[in-house]
Design a protein around this ligand. Structure first.
Ligand SMILES: [Zn+2]
Length: 317
């Protein structure tokens, strides 16, 4: 009996132990399951977050597309709108350039270029004038063989060739009464021989109002202007607008242009003084700016012609 009781107790202990082991195993399993579940949950959460982030990016892109679509849809005529946009875009790029105004035949600009031709500046200037279909007047000095093709191009391009001096040196021009006029007669003949062009106008070095000649020959400008006035084969031209490019080299083209533009007058023959020697490189850009301004403000361009009313300064010597 006692032995049986002991055996029963032993079996019970064994059962309790096994139950405890099962319970422990279950708890361990559950623990593992929970850990696994948490791990899975974590992975899912991370994945969800990551996917949402991507989805948000796409959603934003979609939103942009959607709003763009909405804009187009809310516009009654999207094609016309688009076309207008193109016009207004190109319009605004053009509007940074002045818009051409209706040319006024009474408001004329005569570009005049003194002291050329030159090897570098004159050809570039001729290109600019050709591109813009602007005729001009070149008051030339005696030239070397090297410059003859450039002079020929001036003639071929329809510009007016005018005489400035055989030699610009004031002492050589103005010391003797006859020196200046015989010099430009000689130059006119040379141009005729070289190009077939007969020149009919001249510009005194320093202009008819110069006072530098007084140093060499008192009263010479009075006598020279009278002689030219009496000679029907000649007319002399001064200027009434100055680009001021004679005041230095490599001057700011904006300032040169502005100087000329400030003196332009509508309803007037505007004769602009410029120079085309090689050290007047910025004059080219200044001329371009003046052309732009003039086109935008209704000016016409002309080379000096035989019937162009002369612009004369007052004589001071
Ligand atoms: Zn000159």
């Amino acid at each position: 009996m006692e032995r049986a009781e002991l055996e029963r107790r032993r079996i019970n202990r064994e059962k309790r132990k096994q139950a405890q082991q099962r319970q422990d195993a279950l708890i361990r399993s559950l623990g593992l399951a929970v850990v696994l579940a948490l791990a899975v949950a974590l992975v899912l959460v991370v994945r969800t977050l990551f996917t949402n982030a991507n989805a948000n990016t796409e959603a934003d892109a979609d939103a942009v597309t959607a709003s763009a679509v909405q804009q187009v849809e809310s516009t009654p005529k999207p094609e016309i709108q688009a076309a207008d946009a193109v016009v207004s875009r190109s319009g605004s790029s053009i509007s940074s350039l002045p818009q051409p105004a209706t040319p006024d035949p009474e408001s004329i600009i005569y570009f005049t270029f003194d002291d050329g031709p030159s090897t570098e500046v004159t050809p570039k200037l001729l290109d600019l004038l050709e591109e813009n279909e602007v005729p001009a007047t070149f008051f030339i000095l005696n030239y070397s063989e090297e410059l003859l093709p450039i002079l020929r191009r001036e003639v071929a391009d329809g510009h007016t060739i005018a005489m400035h001096a055989w030699d610009h040196d004031y002492a050589k021009c103005y010391t003797e009464d006859d020196a200046y006029l015989s010099g430009i007669e000689q130059l006119r003949e040379k141009v005729f021989q070289d190009t077939g062009y007969t020149s009919y106008c001249l510009r005194f070095p320093g202009g008819s109002s110069n006072t530098v000649s007084r140093k060499y020959n008192s009263g010479i400008m009075t006598r020279l202007t009278q002689q030219v006035d009496a000679d029907p084969s000649w007319e002399y031209f001064d200027w009434n607008v100055d680009s001021t490019d004679a005041t230095g080299n490599n001057l700011d083209p904006e300032k040169l242009a502005q100087s000329a533009i400030n003196s332009l007058k509508k309803g007037q023959h505007n004769v602009i003084l410029c120079h085309d020697t090689n050290n007047k490189k910025t004059t080219i850009e200044a001329v371009e700016k003046i052309i732009e301004y003039a086109r935008a403000n209704g000016y016409c361009f002309s080379a000096i012609q035989r019937d162009t009313p002369p612009v004369h300064h007052g004589v001071n010597n």
